[in-house]
Ligand binder design. Structure first.
Ligand code: NAP
Length: 251
């Protein structure tokens, strides 16, 4: 028998009137997160450094759901950029209910001692700085009933072959979530999704047990709708694990 949904999750648009910000929404995983929040009725704000990538996202989402998609051509890689961005979202929309940062991508190299300075800067320093910049600008502006859900990969739990600096970045994001939870002490809901490999527009085929980007989005919406879920690392390695987590989150 399927698990009954709570009343708000049974609505067609349970997040109607809410404002969700997805830094990294132009990316492969971010696209699924953006689509899921739009389907749940939210206004979804996606900042991006590159107009072409914002236009591509709007095209992928389509005109009808895209009516509530707000692309903003703006960087969020520095503290100052992020403060400006968060102020702008509050000024334009009056509130920020949920933030789901899905920042950074993949990189392959060789041993850790062969990493060059450009790769380190791009795949560890810049992406980790962007995550902290987003957290320090958006967490204090979050609605009291809102949520902050970081996206990280299992690479953060094991030193991934030929992708050690991605593992180091993901480990930093996981610890950032723990640090935010420790500092907030329950005043805001902070969680992270811990992902295995994801099927997405750049990698449409793979092991059938892997989640799709849209399923990551469904999990992020379920977390946003579950007021009792806080300070958790939610493991989503396989579709079977997703089904278990959704049943729990929606119970
Ligand atoms: N794809 C997977 O299979 C998978 C699996 C597990 C975990 N993850 C995690 O999910 C997150 C997103 O991955 P993805 O596959 O969606 O990556 P992606 O397609 O490369 O997208 C990365 C996103 O991050 C944004 N970004 C902002 N600042 C950045 C910076 N300094 N460097 C790089 N990107 C920056 C990009 O925005 P712009 O449009 O401004 O460039 C883009 O929207 C990452 O943390 C990744 O580790 C992904």
């Amino acid at each position: 028998m399927s698990t009954p949904l709570p009343p708000e999750a049974q609505q067609d648009a349970p997040l109607d009137g809410q404002v969700v910000v997805v830094p990294g929404g132009t990316g492969n995983v971010g696209e699924g997160i953006v689509r899921a929040f739009l389907r749940a009725g939210a206004t979804v704000v996606v900042p991006g450094r590159n107009q072409e990538r914002l236009d591509k996202l709007a095209e992928l989402i389509g005109p009808e759901p895209g009516k509530r998609l707000v692309g903003i051509r703006a960087g969020y890689g520095t503290f100052a950029e992020c403060t400006d961005l968060a102020d702008r979202v509050v000024a334009d929309h009056g509130r920020i209910d949920h933030v789901v940062p899905s920042i950074g991508g993949w990189w392959r190299g060789n041993t850790l001692w062969q990493v060059d300075e450009d790769d380190w800067q791009q795949h560890f320093v810049d992406t980790t700085t962007a995550h902290l910049a987003v957290a320090r600008a958006f967490v204090p502006r979050l609605d009291a009933a809102g949520s902050y859900t970081l996206i990280a990969g299992f690479a953060g739990r094991q030193a991934y072959p030929q992708a050690r600096i991605i593992s180091m970045h993901a480990a930093a994001v996981l610890m950032m979530r723990e640090a935010l939870s420790a500092d907030l002490r329950g005043r805001r809901r902070v969680n992270n999704l811990l992902l295995g490999p994801i099927l997405n527009r750049s990698r449409p085929h793979g092991d059938p047990s892997w989640l799709t980007a849209d399923q990551v989005g469904a999990a992020a919406v379920a977390v946003a709708l579950a007021p009792s879920v806080r300070d958790e690392s939610i493991s989503l390695g396989t579709v079977a694990e997703l089904d278990e987590q959704l049943a729990r989150l929606r119970a």
